[in-house]
Ligand binder design. Structure first.
Ligand code: HAM
Length: 415
């Protein structure tokens, strides 16, 4: 049997890896403009970091965590997401004295889900957390960041910002009661999964994908009837701020998100282009997470995006610039070829050696490797201290001194 990576994991190679980098580099550029600083947390934590915070009844904690006992007998978990780790880190490092904290991160996350297009067991996320600001201005700021990110890749026509509020604890408890009441009346028709959720996590029934559930959900009482006036006001402020910035949104009253730490604003940028895995970036407000983890009561809001899903949406990285091929036309030119490459690279001119073959084969290879020009060096050139520069598009060739060669190539590379 052919040697394969573990199911749900994959190797990201060459073009795809370049696209991943491009996506995350762009994210980091915007993070800088928005004044966010980087945080890198370990990829595994004590299991307790995720267990209670994400919710005992959440899918992640229930069925998807990679949890294991290490050699010291500690229960550890490969991080399934970044927010709980960041909350843990800001408490561990006593960062909460100087608020607000504006942090960004990127890296691999692990969830034992059923693999399919856009859904993997190891996947990359990048995300932001704005900690310490209760004002809806913070919600607006992180959403504007996400909006700018999609805009920078020309993706605004492919994604929709869906937004909702799940209110404060009081509103949510009231709503849960009325949902349990409603769904209990239709219990027999609900899918087994939703029946289970009725006792543990009634809100999540709202985003069930089951067809018969969907019909029942359609007539479920709306959250808006149970939002207290403060929660309504907060949501109104968020929406007004978004409109002020020209950020288009779609209110989705069924959007509840699968993690327990959320309150008030929840949102997702979804797309129709990736089949079932339609969320490319998701987030929301979490005003009780840090307190729940033993820190002082501190609000937060943030989001994370899936690099793998975004790469499927973008398909290809920006084209690579051209490179200069340097080749030895006989063994006597090889040392000079190395030295010439050293000169070119010192000037930051992208360049590469062609390692073998007769001259015509070498030129073909250079063309295949997207080189615009080739520098040809043989024993004669070494003796005469000249270099042949060939334009691979036109075939024109000229003899140049090292100085002119370098200045010409510098101009062509635009460095
Ligand atoms: P999440 O919705 O669980 O939220 O994940 C965020 C994003 O990660 C999703 O929108 C999706 O693009 C990507 N993603 C999730 N699971 C997979 C998977 N199995 N394969 C590929 N991509 C995936 C969170 O993780 C929250 N921590 C977001 C947040 C930050 N909320 C507040 N701050």
């Amino acid at each position: 049997m052919k040697l394969q990576p573990v199911r749900g994991t994959r190797d990201i190679i060459a073009e795809e890896a370049r696209l991943f980098r491009e996506i995350e580099n762009r994210f980091m550029e915007i993070a800088k403009i928005y004044d966010f600083s980087e945080i890198e947390t370990p990829i595994f934590e004590f299991t307790s970091v995720f267990k209670r915070t994400l919710g005992d009844a959440s899918d992640i904690v229930n069925k998807e965590m990679y949890t294991f006992e290490d050699r010291s007998g500690d229960s550890l978990t490969l991080r399934p997401e970044g927010t709980a780790s960041v909350a843990r880190a800001v408490i561990s490092n006593s960062l909460l004295r100087d608020l607000p904290l504006k942090l960004f991160y990127s890296g691999p996350m692990f969830r034992h889900e059923r693999p399919q297009k856009g859904r993997y067991r190891q996947f990359r996320q990048f995300g932001v957390e704005l900690i310490g600001v209760e004002n809806p201005l913070a919600d607006i700021e992180v959403i504007a960041f996400a909006w700018d990110f999609f805009k920078s890749f020309n993706l605004l026509s492919k994604v929709v910002l869906e937004i909702n509020t799940i209110g404060d604890v009081e509103s949510r408890e009231n709503y849960k009661k009325s949902l349990v009441d409603y769904f209990s009346r239709h219990k027999e028709k609900l899918s087994p999964e939703s029946q289970e959720r009725l006792t543990h996590n009634p809100l999540r029934i709202l985003d069930s994908k089951d067809e018969s559930d969907k019909e029942i959900i359609l007539k479920a009482p709306p959250f808006s009837d149970h939002l207290n006036s403060e929660s309504q006001m907060i949501f109104k402020n968020v929406l007004e701020g978004l409109s002020e910035l020209g950020i288009q949104y779609h209110i989705n009253p069924r959007l509840v998100r699968g993690l327990d730490y959320y309150s008030h604003t929840v949102f997702e940028f979804t797309t129709q282009h990736l089949g079932a895995q339609n969320a490319v970036l998701s987030g929301g407000r979490y005003n009780h997470l840090i307190e729940q983890m033993g820190g002082p009561s501190t609000p937060g809001v943030g989001w994370a995006a899936g690099t793998d899903r975004l790469s499927l949406l973008l398909e290809k990285p920006s084209p690579l610039g051209t490179s200069v091929a340097v080749l030895a036309t006989d063994p006597g030119g090889e040392k000079e070829m190395l030295k010439t490459l050293q000169h070119l690279r010192a000037l930051k001119i992208p360049s590469q050696p062609i390692y073998s073959g007769n001259i015509s084969k070498q030129l073909k290879k250079a063309d295949k490797r997207n080189c615009s020009h080739a520098v040809l060096i043989g024993s004669d050139e070494v003796v005469q201290k000249i270099y042949q520069l060939k334009d691979l598009k036109t075939g024109a060739q000229k003899s140049l001194s090292l100085e002119t060669l370098l200045s010409e190539l510098k101009g062509l590379a635009g460095v």
